[in-house]
Design a protein around this ligand. Structure first.
Ligand SMILES: [Cu+2]
Length: 131
């Protein structure tokens, strides 16, 4: 199952790269390198046993691909829950040791504030704002 998830991640990454090199795909940007704000891709980075940004903003009402960049040798994941009680899952990513990246699909979120953490190191937390 993990192998399959990884393969799917590679496939979607390849699809993103293909879309990027094609001239017609103007609506999908695999990295937030340009102006930002309207990108449909989100990135979370872990480094030194912490998420580098305490808060990220995503579009409300639209499913999106979340890229998790684990820059540590330690295993991490991104687990999104409705709130900090971590009782209701939204999207739980694969736990893997870095350095490396995985992409996970996040369902459309209603406007609001969500909680994410690393399930391995539960002191690694952050906030996702959907608006
Ligand atoms: Cu961790």
């Amino acid at each position: 199952m993990k192998r399959l998830t990884f393969a799917l991640g590679l496939l979607s990454l390849a699809a993103l790269l293909a879309a990027c090199s094609g001239a017609t795909a103007a609506d999908v940007t695999p990295t937030p390198a340009s102006s930002g704000g309207t990108s449909s891709a989100a990135v979370i980075v872990a480094r030194d046993l912490a998420f580098t940004a305490p808060e990220i903003t995503v579009p409300a009402g639209t499913a999106f691909e979340l890229t998790f960049d684990n820059q540590d040798g330690a295993p991490h994941n991104v687990a999104i829950y409705t709130d900090s009680s971590a009782s209701t899952k939204v999207s739980v990513g694969e736990i893997f040791s870095g350095p490396g990246q995985r992409t996970q699909s996040v369902p459309a979120l209603a406007a609001g504030t969500y909680f994410f953490r690393c399930d391995v190191h539960q002191n690694m937390t952050g906030t996702i704002v959907a608006r």
